[in-house]
Design a binder for this molecule. Structure first.
Ligand code: BTN
Length: 257
């Protein structure tokens, strides 16, 4: 990976494992022990890979299973935008390295047409109100057949299936880290308009009907685009425009998928 990598901090120091339970768990432990900003854990295989809402994330050899430790500055305001930022980084890296048009499905998936091939799991550690660190977990189905994935999950694919050939994973990893670092630095400097512009260019969700679930209650409506990096517009069943904060959402079901 190193010869390809053009980042300042993300992936500059890393741990490569043959196998682990979950790279997010290893990252959390190392962050608690003081691992620096940008430290990256990559596993060839995960035995207990996790997705959002406690789901299992199938992680065989051939995928990219990687977690980046972020130590945001004290005035950092947008942890809720990080899943989207991670998904956007993956989408742009796939587009530049493989010339495959892929899009981001709010709040944290990367899609080829109506098939998911990558997802992001962000976990945070706070002390009181202060954000100590973030672990940004990125999972990309790369060099294995998506038929290996439990079909109950449905609507999934891999880059190998899309392109029909073996993908150079180290090149893709470097590109993902570069894209995410670029967006993350802009976020830290408050330059959100360029990120929003890229989100809109790579937006899978607009015009789709979705059921958005909260801890209490739900809203059904048509996705009307990004208001900010942490909020979206939904036109509900009664024709009312609702502004929804991503951080308040527990899950999203897209209709017809
Ligand atoms: C999702 O779409 O539900 C999120 C999937 C995130 C999977 C990645 S793989 C690397 C990291 N380690 C984990 O256990 N999960 C994330």
């Amino acid at each position: 990976m190193r010869p390809n990598l053009r980042t300042e901090s993300l992936g500059r120091s890393f741990l490569m494992l043959d196998e682990c339970s979950s790279t997010n768990d290893v990252a959390t432990r190392l962050a608690e022990e003081g691992a620096p900003h940008g430290f990256t854990i990559i596993a060839k295989e995960q035995t207990l890979g996790r997705g959002r809402r406690g789901t299992t994330w199938f992680s065989p050899k051939g995928g990219i299973w990687m977690t980046v430790i972020l130590r945001p500055p004290p005035d950092f305001k947008c942890p809720d935008s990080l899943p989207l930022l991670g998904a956007l980084g993956i989408a742009r890296a796939v587009q530049t390295t493989l010339s495959i048009r892929v899009l981001v499905r709010w709040p944290n998936d990367v899609m080829f047409q109506n098939l998911k091939f990558a997802g992001v799991l962000v976990e945070t550690k706070f002390t009181g109100n202060a954000l100590d660190f973030v672990v940004l977990g990125l999972g990309v189905n790369v060099n294995f057949r998506s038929t290996l994935i439990n079909t109950e999950i449905g609507h999934v694919t891999s880059l190998r299936d899309i392109s029909g050939s073996e993908i150079n994973r180290s090149r893709l990893i470097s590109s993902i880290l570069e894209e995410i670092e670029n967006f993350y630095e802009r976020l830290c400097f408050g330059e959100t308009s360029i990120i929003l512009e890229r989100m809109r260019e790579n937006d899978w969700s607009s015009g789709r009907v979705a059921v958005v679930h909260f801890d209490k209650g739900k809203v059904t409506g048509t996705f009307g685009g990004y208001e900010t990096l942490t909020s979206v517009r939904i036109l509900d069943e009664h024709g009312r425009l609702r502004l929804i904060e991503t951080g308040a959402v527990s899950s999203v079901e897209y209709c017809g998928l």
